[in-house]
Design a protein around this ligand. Sequence first.
Ligand code: CA
Length: 230
Amino acid sequence: MKVLVIEDNPEIQEAVSLTFELNWPDAKVLAALEGSAGITKAETESPDMIILDLGLPDMEGFKVLKEIRGFSDIPVIILTVRKDEIDKVRGLELGADDYIVKPFNHMELLARVRAVLRRSHIPELKGTDMPFVTQSLTIDFAARTVVKLGKQVRLTPTEFNLLQYLVRNEGKVLSHHALLAKVWGEEYTDATEYLKVYIQRLRDKLEDDPANPRLILSERGVGYKFTKPD
Ligand code: CA
């Protein structure tokens, strides 16, 4: 397992390295002290996971995230001193997988890393996971590809897992709790803000009109339902 830590504070770099050294000896930690160097290493070193600081000397962490998402779906955990809910949602909207606020507890960091890696693992295919096909959309669960109007749509592993779970249960209302437990893990069942952002991300990528969704419907106060349009 290779972890890229994009963080300008050498003490935090060291703390993260030490956390892995002590608890996860197989993990190799790569450091980048600036955003631009981080983007380069994300591309050339193909890490399994990125831990990204938001306050970097050469560019905003959000911009780094956006650039990385332009070429890779690699899991990204944002590490920051900012506590604002707005930053958290913005990070998730830009494609971060999770968020840790400094000063962080080392066990929390490891738990988040494990949860994010677990989520990026591909769930087993069921015999019933036939490709989902409509006039404009094809979702192939075996190949894990989505094609909309002839064009490939890129989904992060968590986006794909959420979509797969929704499609598997087509026509059924799935509760917020059930979706969070199934896709993110039991420790995330209260994190409804994740679900909200990811549902929006899926709608933006898949719906013809994301403001008037026809595939992923909200059941107010309950959850979401995937439906096949006529
Ligand atoms: Ca910083």
